[in-house]
Ligand binder design. Structure first.
Ligand SMILES: Cc1cc2nc3c(=O)[nH]c(=O)nc-3n(C[C@H](O)[C@H](O)[C@H](O)COP(=O)(O)OP(=O)(O)OC[C@H]3O[C@@H](n4cnc5c(N)ncnc54)[C@H](O)[C@@H]3O)c2cc1C
Length: 377
């Protein structure tokens, strides 16, 4: 029997983290699942990101709760699926007193409970590569985990196939999806239920439904750098600019003073949506980013000036010479004006799930558990 001649309990469109998370949630309920993707291999946001499963800094409420649950799932499956956890924890550096005030306010919140403030004289414990003497303090969060996405996502797909018998049909464009049938470039496929996880494709499937959400796409610049100093004790690092982007900090009243100061001192960074995330890979390189430019169709160009803004913030946080940039790329994700994710329900047995913010690596497993639970009652 070929994959197209069988029928399935669930067809998932899209083999990014969102689609794979739905496949996992469904096979854990004993469902027979097929995953379809138009690309021959993973190529979307899910392999272009930091692989940074971020809990601290996510918007308090559903997003934080989903990130916490998704982190548990990542850690649960990492061993069985042979996906190495490359790095744990987050050090949120406060370069300015206004940023320290945000950290102090964050620590008063429920979601700050397991985090702690690190005074400058204790920062040496987190590695010698930081300009510790120049900081006002840092926040340490124990939650975060980092996976090498370009390896983790293919590995997760292989494990779903081998361990749970999920069928993968790649190089297959889905042209229509309404249960119990999908029209694909390889012919029709039957499935009782369908979950569409199209990433930032706003038009191929159910464009009329998606048009209601005012969606755009966001382009991000990313780099892999080889620093001259490297200290394995250093967790993932972020800094002041991240505190006006990540809603867990940005929604605190204390962030207003920081925002005003950053607009005065780092106007170009703020305008380009630049902030610093630096995460480590197994080979001694760091993945560093990013920036945010919004459009219906972002242009494909990656001006060096934007990379320079990211590297400028990097140089304020990390000591040593300007690092060698060994790789550059851009990625895009769907963006909504008023929500971090959406679940659309066009009819019984059909769900469209889109992560409309830069949080999909951190939240997809929990979102998928919720969607599959609701779909199957
Ligand atoms: C540069 C960058 C950095 C990021 N950093 C982080 C981070 O540190 N932490 C975090 O939590 N999130 C991060 N994100 C966000 C996160 O990567 C995304 O939210 C997440 O990957 C979205 O997953 P997805 O499966 O919805 O989309 P994708 O990974 O884009 O997958 C969608 C898939 O659907 C397929 N597809 C679409 N339409 C069809 C069709 N009609 N037929 C067949 N196939 C179809 C596509 O081919 C694609 O493979 C980042 C994103 C980017 C771009």
């Amino acid at each position: 029997m070929t994959p197209t001649s069988q029928s399935y309990d669930l067809a998932v469109v899209g083999a990014g983290i969102c689609g794979l998370a739905h496949a996992l949630a469904a096979v854990r309920r004993g469902k027979r699942v097929i995953v379809l993707d138009r690309d021959a291999q993973a190529n979307g946001a899910s392999i272009r990101n930091f692989g940074f499963i971020t809990v601290t800094g996510q918007q308090a409420g559903d997003c934080w709760r989903r990130a916490k649950r998704s982190l548990e799932v990542w850690i649960e499956i990492a061993g069985a699926a042979k996906i190495p956890i490359v790095q744990r924890g987050l050090l949120m550096i406060a370069r300015r007193l206004e940023a320290r005030a945000v950290i102090e306010a964050f620590l008063q919140t429920d979601v700050g409970a397991e985090c702690r403030l690190v005074e400058p004289n204790k920062l040496a414990n987190y590695g010698s590569s930081l300009r510790a003497g120049e900081f006002a303090c840092a926040l340490y969060s124990p939650h975060e985990a980092r996976f090498e996405s370009r390896e983790a996502i293919p590995q997760l797909a292989s494990w779903l196939g081998e361990r749970f018998g999920v069928t993968f049909l790649r190089e297959t464009a889905v042209r229509a999806a309404s249960p119990p049938k999908l029209e694909t470039s390889r012919g029709p496929i039957e499935a009782e239920a369908i979950v569409v996880c199209p990433g930032d494709d706003l038009t191929a499937l159910h464009a009329d439904r998606l048009a209601r959400y005012g969606l755009a796409r966001c382009k991000l610049h990313m780099m892999r750098v080889r620093p001259d100093r490297f200290d394995e004790r250093t967790p993932a690092v972020m800094s002041d600019l991240g505190m006006i982007r990540y809603l867990g900090y940005a929604e605190l009243p204390a962030s207003q003073a920081l925002r005003a100061r950053l607009k005065a001192e780092q106007r170009d960074h703020v305008d380009a949506g630049v902030h610093l995330i630096a995460v480590r890979s197994g080979d001694g390189t760091l993945v560093v980013g990013d920036s945010h430019h919004y459009a219906a169709t972002p242009d494909p160009f990656a001006p060096a000036a934007v990379d320079d803004l990211i590297l400028d913030e990097y140089a304020h946080v990390f000591a040593g010479a300007r690092p060698q940039v060994v790789e550059r790329w851009t990625g895009t994700y769907a963006s909504a004006p008023d929500r971090l994710m959406l679940v659309d329900r066009p009819c019984e047995g059909l769900r469209i799930v889109m992560i409309t913010s830069g949080t999909g690596a951190s939240t997809s497993f929990a979102i998928a558990e919720e969607v599959i639970a609701e779909l199957y009652g």
